[in-house]
Write a protein that binds this ligand. Structure first.
Ligand SMILES: *[C@@H]1O[C@H](CO)[C@@H](O)[C@H](O)[C@H]1NC(C)=O
Ligand SMILES: *[C@@H]1O[C@H](CO)[C@@H](O)[C@H](O)[C@H]1NC(C)=O
Ligand SMILES: *[C@@H]1O[C@H](CO)[C@@H](O)[C@H](O)[C@H]1NC(C)=O
Ligand SMILES: *[C@@H]1O[C@H](CO)[C@@H](O)[C@H](O)[C@H]1NC(C)=O
Ligand SMILES: *[C@@H]1O[C@H](CO)[C@@H](O)[C@H](O)[C@H]1NC(C)=O
Ligand SMILES: *[C@@H]1O[C@H](CO)[C@@H](O)[C@H](O)[C@H]1NC(C)=O
Ligand SMILES: *[C@@H]1O[C@H](CO)[C@@H](O)[C@H](O)[C@H]1NC(C)=O
Ligand SMILES: *[C@@H]1O[C@H](CO)[C@@H](O)[C@H](O)[C@H]1NC(C)=O
Ligand SMILES: *[C@@H]1O[C@H](CO)[C@@H](O)[C@H](O)[C@H]1NC(C)=O
Ligand SMILES: *[C@@H]1O[C@H](CO)[C@@H](O)[C@H](O)[C@H]1NC(C)=O
Ligand SMILES: *[C@@H]1O[C@H](CO)[C@@H](O)[C@H](O)[C@H]1NC(C)=O
Ligand SMILES: *[C@@H]1O[C@H](CO)[C@@H](O)[C@H](O)[C@H]1NC(C)=O
Length: 640
């Protein structure tokens, strides 16, 4: 009986070992190119250098693409006949310098994916409503777009699908070759549990595990994130649609690498913002006293925030200050080079691996929804000494190169967890790297800041401000924001767009904060106060439309108005404000009154101050199984 079962299992493993997805997911080794260096040191704070390919991308984009993009945006805002001061038009037509804009889209599961998408739609020149409103075009003019967790699902899929409209991104494109085209997010299919039948879900899980066997056979540790990567491949990477979702002969995103995004046409023509995904280093060597108190966070804020862009992976935090080439992820020396490790779905999944249970009790892990999955993995592919529920990367940042400067330099593997595992769900850190020179940053926030509701109240920004002020005051400049979420709530800073840094040092960027802070003003029932999973396509459209309606509101002066008619003009004032300051021109006219209304004035008024309520890994993340974990994973336990 057992022998028969084993024979069946072995036969099925052999068959699946040859599946197209399994092969395409397997890293490949070869000789390194001449002059290859596995680590690039970014240099000291104050004199950090960017990757040369990134520099080339941004400079060509600024020279060849952005002038027309700003021209389109200017035409859109001018067509509204808003009485803007003259400097807005002169800046947007390139008479001085253009604004340097970045957009950061937060974590928060499907809610955040859809929140970010709805706001990007509002800024997209291709949406006729946005063009007519005078807000469309900012997306096309942005230099950078960063995403974390649910926001990484958005940014990752957006970049690799060739920067389509948000409607096409969400719902897919019709193609004569649906096995390679973008099929949409398929939100109606539950992630990891696509069937209602438990037996079929177990078979699906086994199929995902079978698709990672080749990677293991090639000598790599595989973990929970490889399984979710194969599920992500069906939702956020080309080649899957509702009709072929369960066809197990297809690639389902396997073999599509993050480092090959530069080959997609809009990237090759410098026409999309430079995409960046964020995760956090889950180190056994961190200073655990730096975990935010009274939070559900699991990663000390002193651990490096890891950035994964299409050219490299690493961190500008002074605690790492080094990168390794994205294309050669998996490589740890300068002679044997691995490729194909940087699967898009795997990198996106590392940003969103909020399912990491770390350093907690055995019973917590055993009772979690992660347990059956890591158990199935452990039974199928037994491994020793690895943390099964994290994201694993062979460590290129070794002691021989780092000389004691990196906490994990003596580790064989580096581990990562959801970008928000340190309490910072909005990925603005990479946009504040001084070498990138951004002066205007959109912070799109759909992170959960309340214990009993899914609304946002600035918790991630508070945590980022604390991290920078206490740990990295010279590496990054952030404009002052309130010290706690009560203050955001008391001043309504998250239920309307708020500008931060209006009259403080221009060393720091101006932040345009657009949060999922409350219901729409149009009287509709709120749809965004939830942690959605398997939304129907109609529900997805309704969600996107409601985010769009909220984006249009601005901050009406009159409580009876739904939308502020001046909001698009005020947004233009904010977009150009740092560039205006650089010309020595005083803020004036409509822009002055806009700033009186939209800026946080630096005052704290809340009667009670509390620390951030609920910001962290467990409050964001993907809604994979609709279960919110309450604590972290046992180190001992995770080492099966
Ligand atoms: C900054 O780095 C460049 C290139 O590595 C070097 O030439 C220059 O001297 C450095 N400047 C400072 C102030 O360290
Ligand atoms: C702006 O003004 C022009 C010229 O007066 C007019 O044709 C156009 O309809 C106005 N647009 C809006 C949105 O009011
Ligand atoms: C794709 O084509 C089918 C059949 O023509 C149609 O029903 C569907 O709405 C189309 N989908 C999209 C996203 O255009
Ligand atoms: C994904 O498909 C779209 C068309 O649907 C295409 O433009 C894009 O280049 C594809 N991306 C990749 C990475 O193949
Ligand atoms: C969809 O989600 C709901 C609520 O999370 C769940 O009860 C239902 O089983 C899911 N349906 C499928 C097909 O997974
Ligand atoms: C669930 O799926 C299994 C395997 O396909 C099948 O044998 C079983 O009948 C299904 N159960 C139900 C309740 O449909
Ligand atoms: C799976 O996809 C392949 C390639 O498109 C196709 O030939 C095959 O018929 C599909 N299988 C099923 C069961 O639909
Ligand atoms: C470590 O020392 C080596 C050899 O001197 C040097 O090349 C490298 O730049 C140093 N690394 C750091 C992070 O300073
Ligand atoms: C790594 O090991 C070397 C040699 O034992 C040691 O000198 C160094 O301090 C270690 N690095 C860290 C970050 O612990
Ligand atoms: C513009 O966005 C709205 C709101 O989501 C959407 O309903 C509409 O279809 C979009 N228009 C285009 C052309 O994408
Ligand atoms: C530029 O910003 C700085 C810092 O807020 C301020 O002191 C200065 O007056 C501003 N200059 C102009 C022309 O607005
Ligand atoms: C700043 O904003 C707070 C909260 O809205 C308000 O109470 C205070 O009067 C404002 N201060 C100034 C100087 O405008």
């Amino acid at each position: 009986m057992l022998a028969t079962l084993l024979a069946v299992l072995t036969a099925s493993s052999l068959v699946s070992a040859q599946s197209a997805a399994n092969q395409a997911y397997t890293p490949v080794s070869g000789a390194c190119p001449s002059g290859f260096e596995v680590v690039r040191l970014v240099g000291p704070v104050g004199n950090q250098t960017l990757n040369q390919q990134e520099v080339e991308y941004i400079s060509t984009r600024k020279a060849n693409v952005l002038p027309d993009a700003w021209k389109t945006y200017l035409a859109n805002i001018q067509a509204t006949n808003a009485s803007l001061p003259d400097y807005v038009a002169s800046i947007l037509s390139g008479e001085s310098r253009y604004p340097n804009v970045g957009i950061a889209s937060s974590g928060g599961g499907w809610r955040a994916t859809l929140w970010g998408a709805g706001i990007l739609n509002f800024l997209d020149a291709r949406n006729e409503t946005s063009a007519a409103l005078g807000t469309g075009g900012i997306l096309q003019a942005a230099q950078y777009l960063s995403g974390l967790s649910g926001g990484a699902n958005l940014v990752g899929s957006f970049a690799q699908a060739n920067f389509p409209t948000i409607q096409t991104l969400a719902f897919g494109t019709n193609s004569t070759d649906p096995t390679s085209a973008w099929g949409g997010w398929l939100p109606q299919i539950n992630q990891q549990d696509p069937y209602t039948n438990a037996t079929q879900n177990a078979e699906y899980l086994q199929e995902l595990i079978d698709e990672i066997r080749g990677k293991y056979a090639a000598g790599f540790s595989v973990s929970y994130n490889d399984i979710t990567a194969r599920d992500n491949g069906r939702h956020f990477v080309n080649g899957t649609n509702a009709e072929n979702f369960f066809n197990d002969t297809l690639l389902h995103g396997a073999g599509y690498t993050w480092s090959s995004v530069p080959n997609v046409p809009t990237f090759a023509s410098y026409s999309q913002p430079f995409p960046i995904l964020i995760a956090t280093l889950l180190s056994p060597n961190g200073n655990f006293s730096n975990i935010i108190p009274n939070s559900s966070d699991i990663v000390p804020t002193s651990n490096p925030i890891m950035e994964m862009n299409v050219f490299e992976m690493g961190s500008y935090d002074p605690t790492l200050a080094a990168f390794t080439p994205m294309k050669y992820l998996g490589t740890t020396n300068d002679s044997v080079c691995w490729t194909n490790y940087d699967q898009t779905a795997f990198v996106v999944g590392a940003s969103g691996d909020w399912n990491t249970f770390y350093n907690t009790s055995e019973s917590v892990l055993v009772n979690s929804y992660v347990y059956p999955i890591v158990t199935a993995l452990n039974e199928s592919i037994p491994q020793t000494d690895i943390v099964l529920d994290s994201s694993l990367f062979p460590n290129p940042f070794r002691a021989s190169i780092m000389n004691g400067t990196f906490i994990d330099e003596n580790e064989t593997l580096i581990m990562m967890s959801d970008g928000a595992s340190d309490g910072e769900a909005i990925p603005i850190q990479p946009l504040m790297v001084k070498a990138r020179g951004l002066d205007t940053i959109f912070a799109l926030d759909a992170n959960q800041d309340f214990a009993n509701a899914y609304w946002s109240a600035g918790g991630s920004l508070v945590n980022t401000q604390n991290r920078i002020n206490t740990l990295f005051p010279t590496a990054y400049s952030m404009p002052p924001i309130p010290t706690n979420t009560s203050e955001f709530s008391a001043q309504n800073l998250s239920i309307r767009p708020t500008f931060f840094g209006c009259d403080t040092s221009t060393e720091a960027p101006l932040i345009i904060y657009i949060a999922n802070g409350g219901p729409p003003r149009n009287g509709e029932a709120p749809l965004t106060n939830q942690q959605p999973s398997n939304l129907t396509l109609d529900q997805t459209q309704a969600f996107l439309d409601q985010v769009y309606a909220i984006a249009m509101q601005g901050y009406p002066t009159n409580a009876s108005e739904v939308n502020d008619p001046e909001w698009p003009a005020c947004l233009a004032c904010a977009v150009v404000d740092r560039a205006r300051n650089a010309t020595g021109t005083e803020r004036s006219g409509l822009c002055s009154s806009c700033f009186e209304r939209y800026c946080w004035n630096g005052t704290e008024v809340a009667l009670t101050t509390t620390t951030t309520t609920k910001s962290g890994a467990q409050s964001m993340g993907r809604s994979v199984m609709g279960v919110v974990a309450s604590t972290l994973v046992a180190a001992a336990l995770a080492y099966f």
